[in-house]
Design a protein around this ligand. Structure first.
Ligand SMILES: Cc1ncc(COP(=O)(O)O)c(C=O)c1O
Length: 415
């Protein structure tokens, strides 16, 4: 927290006033990440930002104008806490069309981004000391939210087919011995952040069946689902058991992040409580953003933007994987994503991606070390996340070359 002291003030002067939850909230990995994205001398595979080249800004401009002409009294006004009726209706039809799920209006709400949805969920479910299960590795922000409510994150390993249901079973058994019932399991089944792995259809069925039988609530974050490079994705967990799953779909990667719009679908009882909790965060997700999303979608431009984004990221990913094949030491391994923004690199066992990061920066290459993506008790030192979403296509090969040199210099040749 010292790092947030500014304007020459004495660092930590107010420390005695801090809430008990503050130490658990301290994780500077995200801030460091975003800081790296702006350095021009560094080729950054660090931040998982969407490429601005995928935004249809002229069309968005037209849409914003139309919204002002049609319904300024709605778009510029406070809105209902669960979302504008038209946004909720639209999301219901969107789920029916894309996922084959039919839900009631009470089962969906609109939030200010995916992170707010996670925050509301933790707020209504997590008391200090409660266990939340998360894929290991997983999205940094999700772990930070649970930590901010003083929950305890317990990691469940993934393999090339996604979350290991056998490991989950063992973890649940072990928690059962300690009379601990996890509040939920958080998973990113599609093109996962950070690993780029997609959970197989069989695993999804096993996971849903096991969760139903053991009373485990599943939270499915589909942030990258629409950004698959192949036409068909395995079914959502939500479509396999709508009564036992909360689905969170942010439009940060498919519309644009500044819209701060996500939609949530799940058991009405929980959506209702999340709506109650939202009354003391921001009261409503921006009606302006919702109106823009609705009009953009009505004109068919959301589908157009998503189709374009898929092509951009697919090409970037192909170049990345091809460069890695040619330029990284043979002792390294990496995942082959079928969508999304990330590939996940495994270094030889004796190397440590955090220790290697300063040398990488000196060589003009940035990545995210693996450790912060794991629960604190787990060892993630030999992993690192590489994002191809925000780097220029013509920089990809040079970036991989620099990375390869850094890994080789760190001693990748030694077994
Ligand atoms: C898996 C996942 N969920 C949620 C988010 C954040 O979504 P939002 O920007 O809508 O809060 C991200 C962003 O990186 C993400 O990777």
């Amino acid at each position: 927290v010292d790092s947030v002291a500014t304007h020459g003030e004495e660092a930590g002067r107010w420390r005695e006033l801090y809430a008990r939850r503050v130490p658990g909230m301290q994780n500077d990995a995200l801030a460091t990440l975003l800081g790296l994205a702006g350095r021009h001398d560094v080729i950054s595979f660090a931040g998982g930002l969407p490429d601005p080249a995928t935004f249809l800004e002229h069309k968005l401009g037209e849409v914003a104008r139309q919204v002002m002409l049609d319904a300024p009294g709605v778009a510029l006004q406070y809105g209902p806490t669960p979302g504008l009726p038209q946004t909720r209706e639209w999301f219901l039809s969107y789920l029916a069309h894309h996922e084959g799920v039919t839900l009631e209006r009470e089962a969906v709400m609109v939030t200010s981004g995916g992170v707010e949805a996670l925050d509301l969920l933790n707020k209504i479910l997590v008391d200090p000391g409660d266990v939340v299960l998360m894929e290991s590795p997983s999205y940094l922000g999700a772990g930070m939210v649970t930590a901010s409510y003083e929950g305890q994150v317990v990691g469940v390993p993934i393999d090339e087919d996604g979350l290991s249901v056998d490991a989950l079973r063992a973890t649940m058994e072990e928690l059962g011995h300690r009379h601990k019932r996890p509040k939920f399991l958080y998973t990113i089944p599609d093109h996962q952040n950070p690993s780029g792995i997609t959970m197989s259809a069989e695993r999804r069925r096993d996971l849903v069946a096991f969760a139903a039988e053991s009373g485990l609530l599943l939270v499915e974050d589909v942030a990258y689902r629409r950004l698959g490079f192949t036409p068909k994705q395995p079914p959502t967990l939500c479509s396999l058991n709508p009564g036992g799953v909360i689905l969170i779909e942010t439009f940060a990667k498919t519309l644009f992040p500044a819209a701060r719009i996500a939609c949530v679908a799940g058991p009405a009882e929980l959506v209702d409580l999340m709506t109650l909790a939202k009354q003391t965060t921001d009261q409503c997700a921006s009606p302006l953003s919702q109106a823009i999303l609705m009009e953009f979608e009505r004109r068919g431009w959301l589908d157009e933007q998503v189709a374009h984004a898929r092509m951009v990221y697919a090409e970037r990913c192909r170049t990345m994987l091809d460069s890695m094949q040619r330029l990284l030491p043979a002792t390294t391994r990496w995942t082959r994503p079928r969508g999304g923004f990330f590939t996940w690199l495994t270094l030889p066992e004796h190397l440590d991606s955090t220790a290697m990061a300063p040398a990488a920066m000196d060589a003009g290459i940035a990545y995210v070390p693996g450790q912060p993506f794991f629960a604190p008790t787990q060892d993630g030192r030999r992993y690192l996340r590489l994002s191809y979403s925000y780097v220029a296509l013509h920089d990809v090969e040079e970036g991989v070359r620099r990375l390869g040199d850094v890994i080789a210099a760190a001693g990748a040749g030694r077994a």
